[in-house]
Design a protein around this ligand. Sequence first.
Ligand SMILES: C[S@@+](CC[C@H](N)C(=O)[O-])C[C@H]1O[C@@H](n2cnc3c(N)ncnc32)[C@H](O)[C@@H]1O
Length: 224
Amino acid sequence: MRDAAEEAIEWAELEPWQYRFSARNDYPAIIPFRGMRIYAPGGLYHPWPLSSSHFIADRLPGIRGQKVLDLGCGTGVLGLWLADPEYGNCVTLTDIDPVSVAVTECNAMANERFARVVQADLFGAFDEERMWECVIFNAPLLCTAPPGTGHRMGTDPEGHTTKRFLAELPSRLERNGVGYLPWSRQVGADVPRLCREHGLRAECVGRDWRESGLEVQLLEIRRG
Ligand SMILES: C[S@@+](CC[C@H](N)C(=O)[O-])C[C@H]1O[C@@H](n2cnc3c(N)ncnc32)[C@H](O)[C@@H]1O
């Protein structure tokens, strides 16, 4: 069965904004984020004020005293924010990209945040029994890779990464655990349908157009 989102999309119409958007991440920057200073080298996803990193952080409930996984951590901005010692969380951050892992470790040291940082394709580095109370995946929504060699933000043209993530999420969430995933009905997978197929309940807890030209929703996902 084809995803409804795949049928609706005209990829060519989306490419111009994707190139504009990624150009803003081409150069190194130090970006303030909720009391931290985040180093973002060229090519990694930058947590600019209009980024999905802010979109997610603005809409998360207070996460305190939980086992948290920041999957696809990029610069580490979300997980390191939640690793604030005052919040009492136990935070693990992962990314498939080794540069992101190294940058996250640097940002952890520079901001005096203690967290475990692991290179992994989704949950692949962890034992099968390992579960979390909160899993955040600011998944790549870019359809096409921008030109040039420096791009490390990840693309997911057909939503394959999101589909794999949703297939594995039920076995990685504690019984009362919750996942957060941004989603746009204009690109990639039909996430609400996939959630139903995997026995998950998804609720939209935020919606915005940001700068991308895409309507992005933040989904809060629980075991059904
Ligand atoms: C949109 S960026 C988000 C970065 C960061 N979480 C933030 O909010 O600024 C998506 C990240 O997901 C990572 N990623 C893509 N596919 C992945 C996979 N299969 N496993 C782990 N990380 C992945 C990319 O390398 C990239 O760093």
